[in-house]
Write a protein that binds this ligand. Structure first.
Ligand code: GDP
Length: 230
């Protein structure tokens, strides 16, 4: 079971801003159906473990593991992940998830936006490309087209933010669906090298690497912030 806390002794962290007062905006990009909402909901602690796509990998394939103490029975508006050290508020209902997590002993506040597909308006998509402090570009390892789309999104993002060095993580989701894989780990990794971004494979269905993904985003944001301050 994943715990987000690197130090579970500070068990309750208030939702709000980072220690330096910032709230980092993280935008999820990617083709329809790749798992953006599933990843965002796990981050937000609202994943209810309902319906993942059938893994077809035999017993235990894509079944979701325990609910890790989220929801049900918890205090309203405050959800503690796993062994603690993290709370969240979900605002507004739906596509935006605000949460503080402890990474390397320090608290960071993220707002994760799952709004890329909210409507087809060019305005919203342009806005997404401009507003993020960091980006998670998701494809499904079972869908080559979504992988190609991820590259397009990376190019679009580069164009929109030419002079900036923004943290981006390329995510190959649905790694549990072994038998329907169309994109290898090596292809994903190679793509990330070309596009000069980080890479991770996740399974939202198994909650695998999801914590690492969001911690990775925080580390990437901090790295850039620190190098600016030097
Ligand atoms: P979105 O359109 O990118 O937001 O994708 P969703 O999060 O709505 O996911 C689309 C479908 O894929 C849903 O049926 C999810 O349950 C399923 N899904 C998402 N992530 C995974 C995963 O890691 N493994 C499996 N097996 N199914 C997944």
């Amino acid at each position: 079971r994943e715990s987000w806390a690197s130090d579970s002794s500070d068990s309750v962290i208030s939702s709000g801003s980072d220690s330096d007062g910032s709230l980092y905006k993280v935008i999820l990009l990617g083709e329809h159906g790749v798992g953006k909402t599933s990843l965002a909901r796990i981050f937000g602690g609202v994943e209810d473990g309902a319906e993942a796509e059938e893994a077809g990998e035999g017993a235990g394939g894509a079944r979701l593991p325990g609910r890790s103490g989220t929801g049900r029975g918890g205090r309203p508006g405050v959800r503690v992940w796993g062994d603690g050290a993290l709370t969240n508020t979900v605002f507004p209902p739906g596509n935006t998830y605000d949460r503080s997590i402890v990474v390397d002993g320090e608290e960071a506040s993220l707002v994760v936006f799952d709004i890329w597909e909210q409507d087809d308006s060019q305005w919203l998509q342009n806005h997404c490309m401009k507003m993020g402090d960091a980006y998670i570009i998701v494809y499904s390892v079972t869908d080559k087209v979504s992988f190609e789309k991820a590259s397009e999104l990376r190019i679009q993002l580069r164009r929109a933010r030419q002079t900036e060095d923004i943290p981006i993580i390329l995510v190959g989701n649905k790694s549990d669906l072994v038998r329907s894989r169309e994109v290898s780990v090596d292809e994903g990794r190679a793509c990330a090298v070309v596009f000069d971004c980080k890479f991770i494979e996740t399974s939202a269905a198994l909650h695998h690497n999801v914590k690492d993904l969001f911690e990775g985003i925080v580390r990437q944001i901090r790295l850039r912030k620190d190098s600016k301050e030097d």
